[in-house]
Design a binder for this molecule. Structure first.
Ligand SMILES: [Mg+2]
Length: 238
């Protein structure tokens, strides 16, 4: 395609550089399989379906989402508690065990997407200025930045809790570009969230690249149109 690289690229972290939500379904299934024996009459698949529909409901509200991502540990307990309550399962001890197992197993499964670090390094080598814009609380987001040693690749890192505002607030994108000394028309943003990394930054004139890591394409009925869709970060260098 011959995409000329821009002066700066703003990167999302979770499910763009790091497989985070991307490993959550397999993790729920694994821990539900392990504990379903304590819940006679239920299958692991039913538990996962229940947790999944409760998760979708929980994260669908922007304000609940904002409060939830500020306390990621509590939220994991809430997912199982809330799902069980909707399903009419009264088993607080098992709910807690599943939540604890999920937290530990998910931590183990989180990983950097293949080729992501190599892509960041190649962009560094080509002189593209990079910023990392990540929503969430400081402990959990900085924990991942340190665990996967992401800091050296970025000229600027913005964590929602530290900055006091998160995506899709326009200050987040504009502040990052100001720090990098680049104007919106000379910037790309890359991420998996269609509101945070496509619609909102496009309104500011930033070129938006959607990271479709599942390969499922745009959701039915979505009127959001990314400037480009990629399945993996190395495609940025094509
Ligand atoms: Mg993301």
């Amino acid at each position: 395609m011959g995409n000329r690289l821009p002066g700066a690229i703003l990167f999302d972290m979770d499910d763009t550089i790091i497989a985070f939500g991307a490993v959550s379904m397999e993790t729920w299934l694994r821990v539900c399989e392990y504990h379903v024996g304590d819940l006679p009459g239920w299958t692991a698949e039913q538990l996962v379906d229940g947790i999944n529909s409760y998760r979708e409901w929980f994260w669908s509200d922007p304000e609940r989402h904002r409060l939830g991502r500020m306390n990621t540990i509590n939220v994991r307990y809430e997912m199982v508690r809330g799902a069980f309550s909707r399903m009419g399962i009264y088993a607080p001890r098992v709910a807690n065990l599943i939540s604890e197992a999920y937290i530990e197993e998910h931590e183990r499964r989180v990983h950097v997407f293949p080729g992501a670090l190599e892509t960041l390094q190649a962009l560094n080598d080509k002189g593209v200025r990079l910023a990392l814009l990540t929503n969430g609380n400081k402990t959990s987001q900085r924990g991942k930045i340190n665990r996967f040693n992401l800091e050296p690749y970025f000229d600027y890192i913005l964590v929602e809790e530290e900055f006091g505002l998160g995506k899709p607030h326009e200050r987040v994108y504009l502040h990052a570009l100001e720090v990098l000394g680049v104007q919106p028309p000379d910037a790309w943003i890359v991420g998996d969230n269609l509101e945070w990394e496509v619609a909102a930054p496009q309104r500011l004139g930033i070129t938006a690249i959607w990271h479709d890591f599942t390969g499922k394409g745009l959701p039915d009925g979505s009127d959001i149109r990314p400037d480009r869709i990629i399945r993996s970060l190395p495609e940025l260098l094509d």
